[in-house]
Design a binder for this molecule. Sequence first.
Ligand SMILES: *Cc1c(COP(=O)(O)O)cnc(C)c1O
Length: 227
Amino acid sequence: MADLLEQIQFVQTRIQEALMRSNNAEETVQLIAVSKSQPVQAIVDMYQAGLRSFAENKLQEALPKIKALSHLCLTWHFIGPLQSNKTKNIATHFDWVQSLSRLSDAKRLNDHRPADRPPLNVLIQVNISHDSHKVGITQAEITTFAEQLQQYPRLRLRGLMTVPKQTDITTTREDFSALAECFRLLQSKGWDVDTLSMGMSNDFEIAIECGATMVRIGTLLFGVRQS
Ligand SMILES: *Cc1c(COP(=O)(O)O)cnc(C)c1O
């Protein structure tokens, strides 16, 4: 437990230091703990150490954890690929979907969002590196996609998310900067978006320096995942 507090403190300190090096030092950065492949107890430990927001990328794995921990009042982020037969459960049990890149998924999430819950927070996933192995829309499609989401009142567009191709630091920095530019452009056009989700264990500092407001960290918090 003491180790865990220290590890979270270590990550938070690095987040703050990266924020100081960025141009938006007055911003805050939200830390999302990526709990995929981690057992329920690991999440409870993180909760006791102060974390409240967790991310999962597979519905089948996430559902039992969400149900087992429903008394804790956690915020759950879905960060994995969306499949049409999973959207109902995702819309019901998650608070955020960060991996939205198809209108058909948007429609289903909207239709299935329970009436007694607030609109589902969504981030548009952008394939900023034009990586054929990654999901996401292109930069050029962002505004049109955002406009089309307006027809879905049960979704609340909060911003953009990306997972850049892992190449070299220079390219990663260029990719993060490019998405930050898209995010600022969206804001300058009057969109009420507040979340730029980019950065994982090995690149979150670069992401924050480029303007990330949310980082998704697994390995650095929980240790290496068992596959
Ligand atoms: C697994 C995953 C992360 C966390 O990765 P780490 O390198 O363990 O920090 C972040 N975002 C997405 C979309 C992921 O799938």
